[in-house]
Design a binder for this molecule. Structure first.
Ligand code: SAM
Length: 213
């Protein structure tokens, strides 16, 4: 996902104190207290322009959502969406997900969403894939026992790689779907990439994996 450089982004993010957590490591172990209500916390990694997290927050008021997105020029669009919607169950972080254990305590989260993550197809970039073993080690620590990872992608290579990586790590696969939109799942909230790729006729893959208790 590309976005034009936005010189105002820094200042804008600093102003949106209700939704943007500028020092996420300070909330480690205390994320519940940053929300209005104490309820399960779901993290989306690579939130992009925020269509998914905004839609999920509206559809699921009984869940608190945190989105992390590394690109400043992209996350500002997600912040704008959330500011317009005024939910009390969304927080956004502009940072890299490589250090999640500095931001979240053991067992702090209930679910992680990976939506259309960058596939990094070259072997030498394998470690950057968000389903590489090193990321799974972090997810296992910050998720509760039996915590879930839900992955959606149009990329067959990343999907196959992730299924193998999950299995090797001992995750339990609760769902492996090769054509999500054929299911007509009324709870499915589309991401920006999902809309773009499905409009082109591409199948969307979804997998739900769970850590053992
Ligand atoms: N999830 C959105 C969607 O489905 O429309 C965006 C998908 S886009 C292909 C991947 C996004 O993940 C980009 O916005 C990118 O900046 C972000 N991203 C990639 N690696 C990341 C990381 N390590 N930490 C946080 N965000 C990351």
């Amino acid at each position: 996902m590309r976005a034009r450089y936005k010189p105002w982004a820094d200042e804008y993010l600093k102003e949106q104190t209700s939704y943007v957590e500028l020092n996420p490591t300070e909330n480690k172990g205390k994320w519940h207290s940053t929300f209005k209500q104490e309820q399960p916390i779901h993290l989306e990694i690579g939130t992009g322009k925020g269509q998914f997290i905004a839609g999920m927050a509206k559809q699921n008021p009984g869940v608190n959502f945190i989105g992390i997105e590394v690109a400043k020029s992209i996350i500002v669009t997600a912040v704008q969406k959330v500011v317009d919607l005024e939910p009390n169950n969304v927080k956004l972080i502009n940072d890299d997900a490589k250090d999640l254990t500095k931001m979240f305590a053991k067992n702090e989260l209930d679910r992680i969403y990976l939506n259309f993550s960058d596939p990094w197809p070259k072997n030498r970039h394998e470690k950057r894939r968000l389903t590489h073993r090193t990321f799974l080690e972090q997810y296992q620590e910050i998720l509760k026992p039996a915590g879930e990872i839900i992955l959606k992608t149009d990329n067959k290579g990343l999907f196959e790689y992730s299924l193998v990586s999950f299995s090797k790590f001992g995750l339990i696969l609760d769902e492996v779907c090769l054509d999500l939109h054929e299911l007509n799942d009324p709870t499915n909230v589309m991401t920006e990439y999902e809309e773009k790729f499905s409009a082109k006729g591409q199948s969307i893959y979804r997998c739900c994996a769970r850590f053992p208790k």
